[in-house]
Design a protein around this ligand. Structure first.
Ligand code: TRP
Ligand code: ZN
Length: 904
């Protein structure tokens, strides 16, 4: 166990000396007296134990460990090591970016800085002394409070920082850089004043306002919704352009990818603004969910990530404030799950929210741990209600503040605070795979009763052949023929039902009330989306609790055959199978009071048709789109009573990736043809309506990223993109005019993207865009990304773009903007019949691996679903995978991904 850590850094890009004085005490729970420290890519210079210099024979230096056999119970170690930050291209540990020093220690980067028991349950107090050249590195930052600073002579200066809170090593950070900051004193609700700073490179001081505003909003929101206060006197955000992920929650010193800090209307889109708000919130919220209460081990990663994603989702939704705004953020979350998490859960890297094994932890910062983890947290709130969930959170902090705990501790807090048995709920943490819920319905006209029978199954995943039933909250409503919600009365489980499903738990057999199985949503507890009329106390959404393989729920007093709206607000991360007729879907698409299910009905209508168009496209048949579907789309497009943001969501067709997930054998070209046909048809048939929507949703005047304005721009730009699938002169002129006149990046980028993707000769516009923004790295990333995802951009075009002087593999954002965009965002070209893009993929996984294994392993994931393609493509894909797997040396990161892909 570590008590204190005193770190001294003599910062030199080529040769940094780290002096670590660490006080250790034997852990009474451990039988071993050997002291084992982790260390990677560092050179040991000297080692002292309790004041005496140790000779090489008195310790063991393994490949990645330093061991002192039979150590005394109390030890003070003084460890001096050397490292070379300017040679560190992995962006893990201490590294140089654009001439300055930054650190990234999560998950296991601290061991690249000094020898240490580098695991999250080892929590200690840190004091840090930084010494560096003052001219080159005028700003010296670390965690906690600045306690001393001064000059050292010979052009060097120093700063001493003290973090008053115990923390795991993964939350350590330092920055030594030439930076400037926007700062502000901010008064907490308690009256205490804190100092907030956003640090950036000199030219970017005009892009820090939104991050600062988002930080203040985050602080306020955490106080108001969860009664959680900032525990430090000083909170810093630092932006760095070389960064593996989005951002990092180091205690008091959050380090961010520039992408999630820098914004002004000229360079950032509405989506960028939303990303900044979400990530600033996310990292800030980690201060309680992650830092004050941390993870016992890395298997528990979702304890902090799932919970913190849930918190940032709720923050973003609350910042919009309206019910539809909230629903639109929910729809985005559903989209992400289907686009990325469901495929992961169905592929070779499938793992539970709490993984039970891994080769490289960095490969498990996944959509499953983050987004599905957030869904699992959200389900507690759906099952327990907002108030019950809040009680669980309060108990969690009361019990575990200052501790390193497990996912089970969170579940226990939720259960105990609410007197609920959540034992079965544990399966959401231990079983991988996306459950499939099937709904069958039956209307009993004579009895005025309506039955919904829900059954569940979960496909096998690697290492998990058989699954046990999950505890699934299924929010349900019933619509009458006019589209109005029916008041719901659920019949208590009948004895017949009990006999039929014999294993129902004892506590659920009460004859009335049925409170533990069904959650009633009322106006005062809008856990599940949709608006409730406070004057109308009738319950119109019920949360059914599906816990068995199959259960029947019987509603009484139903005077006509209703249309069921099942899984409202996407109440569980499952696939819902339901034999909806076209008429039922059209009814829901028109009337469902739950905006998420209203959107969902539209997605089902589109997907059904797309899945018929794809084989027709593959067979070279003439493609057709029915008037019913077009009329439904027209109705939503022109319904000005609906929020623009919702209309835009309703009009976006399921992505090529989502369509592919519904096919037995994936044919990327046919999918692309079918989807483009549908977009082109809508663009042609609804031309006048789209033009009208385009004109009616302009946002003149000063740019504002608020949800209403962003929604208008999104709808208007979607209209433009539909008009541009097969552009006539009018559409082309609109796009060109928008590009020329745009007062913000959202509109400028949308116009350019529409021009490039239409196949029109966009060279002139691409050049102008580049010339205007060549000094804005994040905009140059957009420039590469748009070109890489254009339908006509083949692998040769991408290779050509890589020759551009602005391209570099070393910067992760740039590599992602071109290579990842192409491999993940341009499926019909990536899966070109000759396999040439797979060779491109293999070549760049290998090249990236030599620089940055974490980034390389992410690119390696592009091939996860290779077994779902036609045999001819699989031959090429296997060859590319084997080429990577056979490369030596190869990082564990990439090896884990490709070997799992190749395994049977
Ligand atoms: N904890 C960070 C977050 O979710 C994730 C993160 C940032 C990270 N940088 C990393 C994870 C590097 C692994 C490696 O906010
Ligand atoms: Zn996080």
């Amino acid at each position: 166990m570590v008590e204190t850590v005193e770190l001294g850094f003599d910062l030199d890009p080529a040769r940094t000396i780290v002096a670590n004085r660490v006080t250790l005490r034997h852990n009474p729970d451990s039988k071993s007296r050997d002291l084992v420290l982790h260390g990677e890519e560092i050179e040991l210079v000297a080692l002292r134990m309790n004041g005496t210099l140790l000779a090489p024979g008195q310790y063991l230096l393994g490949a990645n460990t330093l061991t002192i056999r039979k150590a005394p119970l109390n030890v003070v170690l003084e460890i001096e090591t050397l490292c070379a930050p300017d040679q560190n291209t992995t962006l893990s540990g201490l590294y140089v970016s654009n001439g300055s020093f930054y650190t990234q220690c999560e998950a296991e980067g601290f061991r690249r800085i000094t020898y240490f028991p580098d695991r999250p349950d080892v929590m200690a107090k840190y004091t840090v002394m930084l010494r560096a050249n003052k001219e080159q590195f005028p700003v010296l930052l670390s965690n906690g409070n600045l306690v001393e600073e001064g000059e050292l002579g010979d052009g060097r200066h120093y700063a001493k920082w003290e973090d008053p809170f115990k923390k795991p090593s993964y939350l350590f950070a330092l920055v030594a850089a030439r930076l400037v900051c926007q700062e502000e004193r901010y008064t907490l609700q308690s009256g205490r004043e804190v100092l907030l700073q956003v640090w950036v490179e000199e030219g970017n001081l005009d892009k820090t306002d939104y991050a600062m505003q988002s930080l203040k909003n985050s602080i306020r929101w955490d106080e108001e919704r969860w009664n959680l206060e900032l525990d430090l006197d000083r909170f810093m955000i630092v932006a760095v352009s070389d960064f593996n992920m989005g951002a990092m929650e180091n205690k008091g010193l959050n380090i961010f990818n520039t992408k999630y800090v820098l914004a002004n209307p000229r360079v950032a889109t509405d989506i960028d603004y939303a990303g900044i708000e979400a990530v600033v919130g996310h990292e800030y919220f980690h201060n309680w969910t992650g830092n004050r209460v941390t993870c016992r081990d890395w298997f528990q990663l979702s304890l902090k990530e799932g919970l913190t994603v849930f918190r940032d989702q709720e923050f973003s939704a609350d910042m919009i404030g309206t019910d539809t705004g909230r629903a639109v953020t929910r729809i985005d979350q559903v989209r992400t799950l289907r686009q990325a998490q469901f495929p992961e859960d169905a592929g070779p890297m499938a793992h539970p929210v709490r993984p039970d094994s891994f080769v490289e932890i960095n490969n498990f910062y996944t959509v499953t741990v983050y987004e599905k983890g957030a869904e699992v947290v959200r389900m507690y709130q759906t099952l327990l209600g907002r108030d019950g969930f809040r009680k669980g959170m309060d108990l969690y902090f009361q019990r575990h503040d200052g501790q390193a705990v497990q996912c089970d501790d969170f579940r226990a807090a939720m259960a105990d605070a609410n007197g609920r048995d959540l034992k079965q709920f544990e399966r959401w943490y231990s079983q991988a795979g996306t459950p499939v819920v099937t709904a069958r319905t039956r209307y009993d006209a004579a009895a005025h009763a309506y039955e919904i029978t829900l059954s569940q199954r979960c496909p096998a995943t690697p290492g998990q052949a058989d699954k046990l039933p999950f505890h699934i909250p299924v929010a349900v409503g019933l619509l009458d023929a006019h589209g109005k919600d029916l008041p719901l009365t659920l019949e208590a489980p009948s004895s017949r039902a009990r006999v039929h499903h014999g294993v129902r738990p004892q506590s659920d057999t009460s004859s009335t009330g049925n409170t533990s199985r069904v959650r009633v949503r009322t106006g005062s507890d809008p856990t599940v989306g949709g608006t409730a009329d406070p004057t109308d106390s009738a319950v119109t959404t019920l949360v059914l609790e599906l816990t068995e393989a199959e259960q029947t729920f019987r509603f009484t007093g139903v005077k006509e055959a209703p249309t069921p709206s099942i899984l409202r607000d996407f109440s569980a991360p499952v696939v819902l199978e339901c034999d909806y007729s076209d008429d039922q879907l059209l009814h829901l698409f028109k009337f469902d009071s739950d905006p998420v299910n209203r959107w969902e009905a539209g997605q089902r209508l589109a997907l059904e048709r797309l899945l018929k168009l794809v084989p027709a496209a593959a067979a070279g048949q003439r493609l057709e789109l029915d008037d019913t579907f077009i009329a439904a789309q027209r109705a939503v497009l022109t319904d000005t009573a609906l929020d623009a943001a919702f209309r835009e969501q309703a009009l976006i067709l399921p992505s090529e990736t989502v369509i592919a997930e519904h096919m037995e054998v994936v044919d990327p070209q046919a999918i692309h043809t079918a989807r483009q046909f549908m977009r082109r048809t809508l663009g042609t048939v609804l031309r006048n309506e789209l033009l009208a929507v385009y004109a009616a949703n302009q946002t003149p005047g000063a740019y504002s990223p608020d949800a209403a304005s962003a929604g208008k721009r999104a709808l208007k730009n979607l209209a433009l993109s539909y008009l541009m699938v097969a552009p006539d002169q009018t559409a082309l002129r609109l796009a060109q005019q928008q590009f020329d006149a745009a007062g913000n990046m959202t509109d400028r980028a949308a116009a350019l993207s529409a021009l490039i993707h239409s196949g029109a000769d966009a060279g002139k516009y691409l050049d102008r865009f580049y010339q205007d923004f060549l000094n804005e790295a994040l905009v140059v990333d957009k420039w590469f990304g748009m070109q890489a995802t254009a339908p006509h951009a083949d692998v040769a075009a991408v290779r050509e773009l890589m020759k551009h002087p602005a391209f570099t593999l070393k910067n992760p954002n740039r590599a992602r903007s071109l290579i990842f965009s192409f491999c993940n965002g341009n499926p019909s070209q990536f899966h070109a019949a000759d396999g040439s893009a797979y060779d491109f993929w293999a070549e760049h996984v290998i090249k990236l691996d030599a620089l940055n294994p974490q980034v390389a392993a992410r690119l390696a994931r592009s091939m996860d679903r290779w077994r779902r393609y036609a045999p001819e493509l699989q031959v090429h894909m296997r060859r590319a995978l084997e080429q990577v797997a056979g490369t030596s040396p190869l990082s564990n990161d990439v090896m884990e991904v490709v070997s799992k892909a190749l395994a049977n």
